[in-house]
Design a protein around this ligand. Structure first.
Ligand code: NAP
Length: 308
């Protein structure tokens, strides 16, 4: 079997063109969505990610703002930057680029973000809403990578409904949040979540209709570890040197040979990564829509008060 390739670049391009239309419509109604980024230090990987996010915004008409702090920035400096974006009307939503330097209390920084401006969906209130919400619409920001995994599958023709999904990795940004999204009634998957203390990983992955790898361990998933036809989603990122070229290379958690057994396969890079970026834009646009409807309901209330 040769898997259907789930091309994240082309799906993300499609989503961006849909969002560009929504941004144009929002602008006509007086709202220009704006994404803010707070970056601490000069980690080259993070700098590339942040630059890419700003390029994406420019492509679809979202304005972008950035605060770059030196690696020596203190907890208070970062909290001050968060407060600046919390109170900036032109910033509809923002992210703090993770990971933060050692010694910074990341949870405290994330908790200082206004939940309605939390473009990464990682504020405890938004994660809490995700825990509380099984049925019905979710009207809060949702973590981008898990959302991107589900959307990439859907748009590529993989139906999650009733499927057994094995997630490998229980990190907050990917594994744990993805398990909550997959088990909501609008997706209806059954989830098995594995981590470094899981005994016999292959026993779990072999039972699954879909495997999502979110570890950061080069080629951890091998062809003999999946059932033929399973869908595999590669989130993990590790960096190494390509022995053929001597140049730096990004490796995923899934051995490329798995594509010969799988039914659906996400390349890495070029699969989940571009979807994460597209879902960040989607979160910003949705935040702007919510702001517009809140403004409208406030106007209706003012008008009603004037009538009285
Ligand atoms: P994380 O918080 O460090 O979580 C990694 C998880 O992997 C942990 O739960 C860990 O288990 C588990 N693990 C480690 N070794 C394992 C093994 N041998 N077998 C099974 N599980 C193992 O990382 P994260 O933030 O969730 O991110 C996961 C990966 O996705 C990273 O490589 C990250 O760079 C990548 N990522 C990619 C994107 C994208 O857009 N492509 C976005 C976000 C993250 P314990 O909990 O027991 O330690």
């Amino acid at each position: 079997m040769t898997a259907k390739i789930l091309d994240g670049k082309s799906v993300a391009a499609q989503i961006k063109s849909e969002l560009a239309q929504q941004v144009a419509a929002l602008k006509k109604k007086g709202i220009t969505p704006g994404l803010g980024t707070i970056m601490v230090g000069d980690d080259p990987g993070s700098q590339i990610y942040v630059a890419g996010k700003h390029r994406d915004c420019a492509e679809i008409g979202i304005s972008s703002l950035r605060i770059d702090l030196p690696a020596r920035a203190t907890q208070d400096d970062i909290i001050a930057a968060v407060h600046e974006f919390n109170s900036a009307p032109e910033c509809t939503g923002f992210i703090v680029q993770l990971p933060l330097p050692a010694g910074i209390n990341q949870d405290q920084i994330l908790a200082a973000i206004l939940p309605e401006k939390d473009a990464d969906g990682l504020h405890p209130a938004n994660l809490g809403k995700l825990v509380l919400s099984v049925k019905g619409a979710l009207n809060t920001p949702v973590p981008c990578t898990p959302r991107g995994v589900i959307e990439l599958g859907r748009r590529g023709g993989f139906d999650w409904q009733g499927k057994n999904v094995c997630i490998v990795g229980r990190g907050i940004t990917v594994g744990r949040s993805l398990s909550l999204l997959l088990t909501r009634a609008d997706v209806n998957a059954t989830v098995d979540i594995c981590h470094s203390a899981t005994k016999n990983l292959a026993e779990h992955t072999l039972r699954a209709d879909a495997v999502v790898m979110a570890v950061g361990h080069k080629y951890l998933l091998q062809p003999a570890m999946i059932q033929p036809g399973a869908a595999v989603f590669d989130v993990g990122v590790s960096r190494g040197i390509n022995p053929a070229t001597g140049k730096a290379k990004i490796y995923g958690d899934i051995d490329p040979a798995v594509s010969e057994v799988a039914g659906y396969f996400t390349p890495n890079p070029g699969g989940v990564g571009p979807m994460t970026r597209a879902m960040l834009l989607q979160n910003i646009v949705e935040t702007a829509h919510r702001q517009l409807s809140q403004n409208n309901s406030e106007m209706r209330k003012i008008n009603a008060d004037c009538d009285v």
